[in-house]
Design a protein around this ligand. Sequence first.
Ligand code: NCD
Length: 310
Amino acid sequence: MTKKFSHRHLLGIEPLSADDIETILDLAGKYVKQNRSSQRFINKLNGKTVVNTFFETSTRTRTSFEIAAKRLGAEVINFNANVSSISKGETFLDTMRVIDAMQVDAFVIRHQENGAPGMVVPHVQASVLNAGDGSHEHPTQALLDALTIRKHKKRLDGLKVAICGDIEHSRVARSDVFLLNKLGSSVRIFAPPMFMPRDVKQLDVEVAPAMTDALDGADVVIMLRIQNERLSAGEFSMAPAEYHKLYGLDHAKLKAARPDVVVMHPLPMNRGVEITDALADDPKYSLVFEQIEHGVAVRMACLDLVLGAD
Ligand code: NCD
């Protein structure tokens, strides 16, 4: 029996309880199995319309949400912000209200502004799911990370997780930190000085002075790319090889972690910069493509629960 889920919207990990998270992960676990079977299409969301509204570029998250909604039998509309009336001066909120007036059931929103999906909620009747807002949250990414970790570690409490790279601009890091803390794991972060989050004191994390300290005894390592699109021209310039030497992950550095460590990355990854080719493709450690598979199942679970909430 599925546990009760009372959220009509999925705006972030922060508003969820540990129970909510487990409910999503348990249902997602069933969808992982279903997606591998020949019965991967069901009609749970028949008659529902899900609108993908992406105001920032995305390949996997948008595709993953679309596949997830279609597997559940929903109709999916992809709204392309670049060819919309936004370019004629319409406000973001008006655009959302216009689509909402067409009697749709859910919005999946990606936006460059922190808090944009939450801003929409009071103005629409549809459910709102956050697919990444600025450097704030990316809840479905954290949930798929958690599903992947739980599969390999059989638990989500008492784990040591290292997150390394551009933490300042990473909504993935924030959502991961919220989720892992809620479920009883501890997070160590390591970032180049200019990518250390300004609000680090508000985050419940240990700041590692060196990469080996972050990796020391880690069960899980999550590597992040530099979010160049959130930097102004020339704000950060370091040769990729130099960055890799100082801040990138390879097999040699990974020796500081536990022997059964797993390596994850939300993608897109810059091979040879934050992670070596050899490690990204090493099936002994790397879970990057499994994360993608789990993304569809997690998004199915989220759409199912949010659209089924009281
Ligand atoms: C992440 C994002 O958009 O925040 N990617 C994703 O969802 N596939 C991470 C990133 O872009 O670096």
